[in-house]
Design a protein around this ligand. Sequence first.
Ligand code: GFB
Length: 343
Amino acid sequence: MISDVSGATERSMPADATIYVAGHRGLVGSAILRHLQGQGYRNLVTRTHAELDLTRQAAVEAFFERERPAYVFLAAARVGGILANSTQPAEFLYDNLAIQTNVLQAAWKSKVQRLLFLGSSCIYPRNAPQPLKEEYLLTGELEPSNEPYAVAKIAGLKMCEAYNRQYGTQFIAVMPTNLYGPNDNFDLETSHVIPALIRKFHEAVSKGADEVVVWGTGAPRREFLYVDDLADACGFLMNLPSGTIDRDFRQPNQPVFINVGTGKDMTIGELAETIAAISGFRGRIRFDPSKPDGTPRKILDLSRLRALDWRPKVPLTEGIRKVRDWYAGESHRFTGKETDRVS
Ligand code: GFB
């Protein structure tokens, strides 16, 4: 291990290590990039989608051969909210399987020292006991509204396990709860609930509308994590001494993944009221039960992460205010319909 820039704490990734952040323009990748820059890392490698299409195997292998990153954060993915997941099952499977297969294989071949794969809390069975422990993986049926995405992410973390066991790689994975933050997708058809509601309430206030429609019944419960907290957890986990969470990674059935969340959840109805209050909206909130609710509850068990002494810092209302302010500054960009993207 090498000391960090200030020399204050020890960490595994040296300040001059070559670190590739895949998906650096997306919600998660951009937060990881900000975090690493803030920590003094100065050899960060990024490629836009136009520069490197991660679904093309030859291009990915050539990139890894040329750049030889020592560390990789794999945050590139096809992502979206409940509607995008159910209307584009082919893209959610194909893009995610292709991206992660190509990157993990190239990372192994080019001898990457450690890789962190981003999963999702939707990998857990729909009816698993709550809070969701890592060991509940593959103990029951998945939530149908995002089964293709979940299957791809489960394949990704199983690939991490398989490569670790067979080839001795150090691939770890995090399963974050629902995320929100700047640089999110604010398209009303394809986004997740927080950006959608920030946009809906912002537009209602600017236009003087007296009603905002919220999908579903308002009863499902979700846990929300500010993306900078996730980025902090990712940096923290990548810097753990080898063996801390991957001690048993060569043994069958030992999870290489770890949940990241806040341990607190709320109903979608409560979330809508919170965002309405922050936005200064005083009209009516109408629920539209013709839209899907998705999984009834999804709260993560954080025992493994807490045992490592990591905690999130940004309270929900503070995080929502930050995103609302960011969106207000950028809202001119979101007036039309955004196209879906792999970020
Ligand atoms: O965030 P969301 O799209 O994804 O929806 P999931 C969460 C809840 O918010 C659902 C409700 O019950 C939605 O019906 N909701 C209310 C809305 N109004 C809106 C709205 O205007 N837009 C959206 N999008 N939702 C995703 C998975 O599930 O969670 C992904 O589809 C991924 O694969 C992600 O795992 C973390 O929490 O239901």
